[in-house]
Design a protein around this ligand. Structure first.
Ligand code: ATR
Length: 278
């Protein structure tokens, strides 16, 4: 029988993870099944227990269960502990090991497909929720010179920055919105405003224009409002989060299977599918 994996969330029908992992499995010759698991909003723990009892080997976790996954784990990787939320579970007998591959997925996409140098870069990180928290340790480990965490609720940005004081060694600061000035190499939108095409984040055009890259963590058939604003301001490169999605999946696949899939063709296939919808 094949080893079994799934992505668990609510809703889950839209998830592209099954297609991505099926492509990775074909490419690497790994014998796995990867499905979708819809858990009731109040039934995450029971759904995980059932999947585990039925012989499941691991789960990807998506909204709104990433915090519950983190709380459920018997063991947290260093990056999961720092992220405060988990997106990858691995069952080791009755034990559950949790990791977070979202942040490293973003870093890998920026350094690889997008050709960006992160070492020495100055980063503006918009948002202070779980998505923002997940990317901070991987950015610090990739050698960023400075991270400015900005959030609509400034207190929350402050709290998030203070969580990383020890690892950051003075490289992280917090502020509220709007962002009226400053020079940043990389702009990362980790707010959930990304999917709403009408919500403009208050970041001055000069700040957008001065960056090497503006990247949104969400992806959609059409550019997000943040991407459009950055492009209109003259930012050198803009991207959505599709590459991050594929790279976080590759890292999860590696955790489970010990094999690192090639991501380029999978990214191109999904991009083409999205373009057909636009
Ligand atoms: P996630 O797990 O996706 O990070 P979250 O914890 O709910 O989700 O965090 C959402 C983030 O998006 C927060 O930083 C939120 O700002 P606040 O902390 O001030 O609520 C931000 N956000 C959501 N909608 C926004 C908007 N319209 N403008 C600016 N920031 C927004």
């Amino acid at each position: 029988m094949s080893d079994r994996y799934a992505v668990i969330g609510h809703p889950i029908a839209h998830s592209r993870s099954p297609a991505i992992h099926a492509a990775f499995a074909r490419q690497t010759g790994q014998d796995i099944e990867y499905g979708r698991l819809l858990a009731p909003l109040d039934g995450f723990k029971a759904a995980v227990a059932r999947f585990q009892a039925e012989g499941g080997n691991g789960l990807n976790v998506t909204l709104p269960f990433k915090l519950e996954a983190w709380q459920l784990a018997d063991h947290l990787s260093e990056r999961a502990r720092a992220a405060g939320v988990a997106n990858t579970l691995r069952f080791e007998g009755p034990r559950i090991a949790a990791d977070n591959t979202d942040g490293i997925g973003l870093v890998t996409d920026m350094q690889g497909r997008l050709g960006q140098t992160i070492d020495g870069a100055s980063v503006l990180l918009l948002g202070a929720g779980g998505a923002a928290q997940g990317v901070i340790l991987p950015l610090l480990q990739a050698g960023v010179a400075h991270i400015e965490v900005v959030n609509r609720t400034a207190d929350r940005a402050q709290r998030l920055a203070s969580l990383f004081e020890a690892q950051a060694g003075g490289r992280i600061h917090a502020a509220g919105l709007p962002v009226t000035s400053g020079r940043f190499d990389l702009l990362i939108n980790a707010t959930s405003a990304g999917l709403d095409q009408t919500q403009q984040l208050p970041v001055a055009p000069a700040v957008l224009a001065g960056a090497r890259l503006a990247i949104d963590m969400v992806y959609a058939a059409r550019p997000t409002a943040f991407m459009r604003a950055a492009r209109e301001a003259g930012c050198a490169q803009v991207s959505d989060g599709l590459g991050m999605l594929v790279e976080q999946a590759a890292e999860s696949f590696f955790i489970w299977r010990g094999v690192r899939p090639e991501t380029h063709a999978v990214y191109e296939t999904i991009r083409a599918e999205l373009n057909a919808l636009a």
